[in-house]
Ligand binder design. Structure first.
Ligand code: SAM
Length: 320
């Protein structure tokens, strides 16, 4: 029988963080005190076989519809292609990935052959200097090229852009136009009070609301709102010339009430909610259906009723 809470919520989407390090050091994601964008953890990360085993056993108990591979940066994970193949063999409908796109281009042929269906590419700016300011990296063109290349492989792409006051809020229209010209859906993200931004002044310093993002887009386009789909993370609008874009607004329009997401980190911990930082370790119970079910029920009980509060969980470790 399906694990459900009293609101009828269950887990249908599993986000798997394959690795807790990243090749970018985005200012809102990485602690300013961190030299390198790598998180330490006293535990050993799961090895390849353990990750596959965890995914299989969670799927057996929840009948997942979607598995999203994330990180850290999933393209840094050496067995990425094999994991996609393993998931494909489980018969899960949607195999997706979230990536910063920096190392993506050369992986596309194999990822597409292995069965990856969709990629969310994180792109906060189309301006090289601004990219350097946000991520600490040069060569923005690597990401832009990967986006165009992915389209050639018929992989569905979405762009995710976190908007930060005074940093890239002047990029809303350029990002929208970049995506529109390629007929790629972009979703603008409200900043989330996670990890280094949890309970800090910096969160308020950088936060840009859904309404402010909309006001900016409405200065160029007239918009019609689209009805929200169940369990969707984003609200969507369509421009007068038929282009659809979204805003993921955890703060302004929380979507907890029908959230179906479960997260597994690279150390074998599951999380039922980004607003609850209790790590539930499943690495020792993978062979035990009853105990694994109990852990999944515990994770489900962590879901909020309505309000996103954020937590100290690092997005670098959990992957968004
Ligand atoms: N490295 C991959 C990437 O860049 O897409 C996957 C992991 S990254 C943590 C996933 C997403 O989380 C990215 O789109 C990133 O911009 C977003 N993110 C990280 N910290 C965030 C925050 N505090 N608020 C909103 N989004 C955040």
């Amino acid at each position: 029988m399906e694990i459900q809470d009293r609101y009828g919520r269950s887990f249908k989407t599993l986000r798997v963080s394959l690795i807790n390090s990243c090749n970018l050091g985005c200012i809102y994601c990485v602690h300013s005190s961190e030299q390198k964008s790598t998180h330490t953890n006293p535990k050993q990360p799961l090895d390849y076989k353990e990750i596959v085993y965890a995914i299989k056993n969670i799927h057996a108990l929840t009948n997942l519809k979607t598995i999203r591979l994330t990180g850290g940066e999933p393209t840094l994970y050496k067995d990425l292609i094999s994991i996609v193949k393993e998931i494909k063999s489980l018969g899960v409908d949607n195999i997706k990935m979230t990536s910063n796109g920096y190392l993506l281009k050369n992986l596309l042929p194999e990822l597409s052959k292995a069965g990856l269906t969709k990629i969310n590419i994180s792109l906060d700016t189309v301006d090289q200097e601004n990219f350097n300011e946000i991520s600490g990296k040069k060569n923005l063109e690597r990401i832009l090229e990967a986006i165009d290349e992915a389209l050639k492989y018929g992989i569905e792409i979405k762009i995710n852009a976190v908007i930060l006051k005074g940093i890239n809020d002047d990029q809303i229209i350029p990002l929208l136009n970049f995506s529109k010209s390629r007929n790629i859906t972009i979703r603008f993200l409200e900043l989330m009070r996670m990890g280094p931004l949890h309970e800090t002044e910096d969160f308020y310093k950088y936060f840009v609301s859904e309404q402010k993002i909309l006001n900016c887009i409405e200065s160029e386009y007239s918009l019609t709102v689209i009805e929200r789909e169940a369990s969707a993370t984003a609200n969507y609008w369509v421009t007068q010339d038929g282009y659809k874009f979204g805003i993921i607004a955890n703060e302004s329009s929380p979507f907890c009430n029908d959230c179906d997401r479960l997260r597994l980190d690279s150390f074998g911990n599951i999380y039922g909610c980004l607003s609850n930082d209790s790590a539930i370790s499943i690495s020792d119970v993978l062979n035990d259906e009853i105990k694994l079910t109990e852990k999944l029920e515990e994770a489900l009980s962590h879901k909020q009723e309505l309000k996103f509060t954020g937590s100290a969980i690092s997005m670098m470790a959990i992957g968004g």
